[in-house]
Design a binder for this molecule. Structure first.
Ligand code: HEM
Length: 443
């Protein structure tokens, strides 16, 4: 079969729409998908272009079937790595493989069970910050909740509130700096000249010092807390060696970055969807009551809340926190007769795949039932909230357990309602909620 090229959107159309694209690129992408089909090439100037795709088969091909020919873009391996170092999310090749093999067991379900009491305690403390009566933005509560959960799963009670808030401040400040760099690449010279980049690299150095002190204290105490830090300190490579301290710090910084914003976005969107669906709230409340009576321990409780799990799955279908996954092909390739020259930048839109009318019934409707009774498997070829293939999220079970505990605790205590009909989004590096103003009443 003769190879053909992807339909192209000109640089002129890109620049004519640049104002809107900077605010929210999703409508521009949608319009082009509708006009040109499930994949197109967008010319962005200086001879550069990006291939956008909402073809679920193509995403699976690049992320899984032919993943050896697809690496991450420099956004993750250079831009993010500049601040958080070379940990799982930001590394490639043999180094990544070695680290993944070493760290994977710490995220095994059996190990995570040990962390559930710590996670639950962090959740309950944070949910206490919710005020009833007047409406409030729920995002900051979930943002703190997600950070506290990761930090305490790593360090148990060994870390003080002052250190946590400094670590959180630095993680968020560097992420905001990164957003600026990626959205305004033409200001790169200014970010260097004004010292902004240097300042933020300096901030991460401070984080590293805080983390080093915590690690040193743990090592010299000889105490075992059964937390993620213990698991990472115990882990051994094939040659019997443990991780170098600098590598351990990189991995911890990566867990903060990868596990914090994604989870707080997903929790906020879930609360927003529930606020507009009182029936689903009642179903969760019933499920929680029965699960509380019939189960022993948090792991059993989580297993007894399948509807809550479906609600979270459906929330991440409509609002996937990782709404794009990027790759670059190493050698020339082709997919379905379309030629992909080597070094093409590819962006797979999980947002569009998750709403594709050929793949989903009533794609715009919030219907948690679509994931009921093992239907997750039925959708696995076109549902990628945690990615796919060997680079799939290592924290997916951690995140699901955390979110089930958070949403059940929330609905057990409160009835939620929304001030507005529509859910507003803010697509940055992750898909963030905007003005998640909700009202809470004691149930
Ligand atoms: C709702 C919450 C979350 C979502 C939607 C999410 C999504 C993702 C996605 C899509 C990837 C793959 C990126 C790619 O292929 O380019 C990924 C990777 C990763 N995630 Fe998550 N994540 C979440 C929570 C977490 C948590 C809680 C942790 C850790 C505590 C975590 C740690 C990681 C790490 C370390 C990687 C890199 C894995 C590797 O490349 O080997 N994530 N995540």
């Amino acid at each position: 079969m003769a190879k053909s090229n992807f339909p192209t959107v000109s640089m002129f159309r890109f620049y004519a729409n640049s104002g809107g694209i900077l605010k929210n690129p999703l409508p521009f992408h949608h319009e082009n998908f509708e006009k040109l089909g499930d994949s197109f090439r967008l010319k962005i100037g200086f001879g550069k272009s990006v291939i956008f795709s909402r073809d679920a088969g193509f995403a699976q091909y690049a992320l899984q079937k032919n993943q050896k020919n697809y690496k991450k873009s420099t956004i993750q391996t250079v831009d993010v790595a500049k601040y958080v170092g070379k940990g799982l999310l930001t590394s490639e090749g043999e180094h990544w493989r070695k680290q993944r093999k070493l760290i994977q067991p710490a995220f095994h379900k059996k190990q995570l069970v040990q962390l559930l009491n710590t996670i639950q305690a962090a959740i309950l403390t944070e949910l206490n910050k919710i005020e009833t009566g007047s409406a409030m933005d729920i995002f900051p509560v979930f943002n703190d909740l997600a950070f506290q959960t990761v930090v305490k799963s790593l360090f148990s009670s060994a870390v003080g509130e002052k250190e946590i808030s400094r670590l959180q401040y630095i993680t968020e400040a560097t992420q905001q700096m990164l957003v600026k760099e990626l959205r305004q690449p033409y200001l790169g010279w200014w970010f260097h000249l004004s010292g902004s980049i240097k300042y933020h690299v300096g901030l991460t150095r401070e984080s590293r010092e805080i983390l080093k002190t915590l690690v040193t204290k743990r090592k010299s105490s000889g105490k075992r807390e059964g937390d993620l830090l213990d698991m990472l300190l115990d882990a051994r490579y094939e040659d019997g060696n443990a991780m170098e301290e600098e590598q351990l710090i990189d991995e911890i910084l990566i867990l903060f970055t990868a596990g914090h914003e994604t989870t707080s976005n997903a929790l906020t969107f879930t609360a927003e969807l529930l606020a507009r669906d009182p029936d689903s709230q009642d179903k969760i409340a019933d499920e929680v009551e029965k699960a509380t009576q019939n189960t022993n321990g948090l792991f059993e409780f989580i297993q007894a809340c399948p509807f809550t799990k479906n609600v979270i799955e459906e929330s991440m279908r409509l609002y996937p926190p990782a709404y794009f996954i990027d790759r670059v092909n190493i050698e020339d390739d082709e997919f379905n007769g379309m030629f992909i020259p080597k070094n093409s930048n590819l962006l797979f839109s999980m947002y569009e795949i998750h709403r594709h009318p050929d793949l989903w019934e009533e794609p715009e409707r919030f219907m948690p039932e679509r994931f009921a009774d093992g239907n997750l498997q039925k959708h696995s070829s076109h549902y990628f909230p945690f990615g796919a293939g060997p680079r799939m999220c290592i924290g997916n079970n951690f995140a699901m357990y955390e979110m089930i505990l958070a949403i059940t605790a929330l609905i057990k205590k409160y009835r939620i309602s929304a001030e507005s009909e529509k859910i507003a989004i803010h697509p940055l590096i992750t898909l963030k909620p905007k003005n998640a103003i909700l009202k809470f009443e004691i149930r």
